[in-house]
Ligand binder design. Sequence first.
Ligand code: NAD
Length: 438
Amino acid sequence: QRSEAPPARRVAVVGTGYVGLTTGACLASLGHHVQCCDVDRTKVERLSRGEVRIHEPGLGQLVREGIRTGRLEFTHCSTAAVRRAEAVFLCVPTPMAPDGSANLAQVESAVREVRDHLPADSLLVTKSTVPVGTAARLSELLDRRDVAVVSNPEFLREGLAVRDFLNPDRIVVGTASAAAARRVSELYARLEAPTVHTDSASAELIKYAANCFLATKLSYVNDLAELCERLGADIGGITECMGHDHRIENSFLRPGPGWGGSCLPKDTAALLHAAEAIGADLPLVRAAVEANRRHQRRVVDKVVAMCGGSVTGVRVGMLGLTFKAGTDDLRDSPAVAVAQRLAELGANLIAFDPALHGDEPGVPAGIALADSAYQVAKGAGAVLVLTDWPEFRDLDWPQMVGLAEKPVIIDTRNLVDPRVLERAGAVFCGTGRAPNRD
Ligand code: NAD
């Protein structure tokens, strides 16, 4: 971070989920006065007491610090939140509509709620991921010449939200107004990051372009893993060598059960939909999405094969339900998709996830939540590693294997040392490498 203090501004944040709460707490930590609002009254009450229920390292502390210094406040009333704000950040969900497009209903309803209460010369800043044309559409909806709409897409990763917000790779500010761009950039003045000033359409597209690239990279790695299994090669050495090449870079090169989460599935679908709507095509992105469906199905096929052709009545233990390590987010998690398919095939499912406790709302019916990995292994006909939580690597695997009814391990993340499993007498397979027994 740069040391010189920027002028403190009055800011409002609409939506206090992963993006909104991080934005609010971090902007307050940078010295701004932030009013956050959310339609979820229970959430607002908890946040006002400094209770953060999402799993984000450092976020609870920042929220409590913001409350203590008086720079961060929460309300359920969006009109009250925006009334004195110089900039209003929209951080509401843009989920996938049934046709694949981005559903903008919550963005538009948030704008309708606040439009008559925005101060003159304020800025409406879109952080939600929205398709090209949304800034223009919101300007129309606002119908206020004195309020500029600015696209400022967010790139933070769940599990690293605070760190990513405060140390971004880049800040994107999209607007035709140089003055509005300067004012939004100033809010981030203490952050050391390249700022890209562009038009709103490009800013909106940048976010989709980046996420579709990442999804394609992951699908390619999983395609390679599938090829490795058939050719008798090992994906681990291959991706390690690819990652040494600085043109490729080693992130997003690990094979797994398919990609998911709250962003990649809906953003790939939305870009494909937007392209199709204008008669364009993105065959690479389409192939990445189709490959991802196949990779998730392949996990289920492997489990069935490792269980001797049927999982009906088999107790399947699952390690990890979230879409990746470091988050409690279950939205579009490949682990959940795999679990649902196994349940349809008649498996009895028990799962452990370090970020999920008790009666977690997003856990699909039919999956029992265990308190520990060892409880999952006890009496299991197969144990499945689905999320790359590092603690799964360090389990006492000989004990895990000993607790299971059958020593069958399917490690979709290649997390566990195969030599340890071999010594423990397990029958196991990973992703992109040969199983130890055919
Ligand atoms: P979220 O579901 O975690 O949080 C959204 C919040 O908005 C909820 O608390 C909801 O109650 C609230 N809300 C809905 N309508 C509202 C309204 N009219 N007024 C006030 N509050 C309202 O969502 P999220 O994961 O933070 O994502 C928000 C946006 O940011 C999406 O467009 C997403 O694509 C984008 N994004 C998400 C991530 C991520 O990692 N989660 C990263 C970058 C961008």
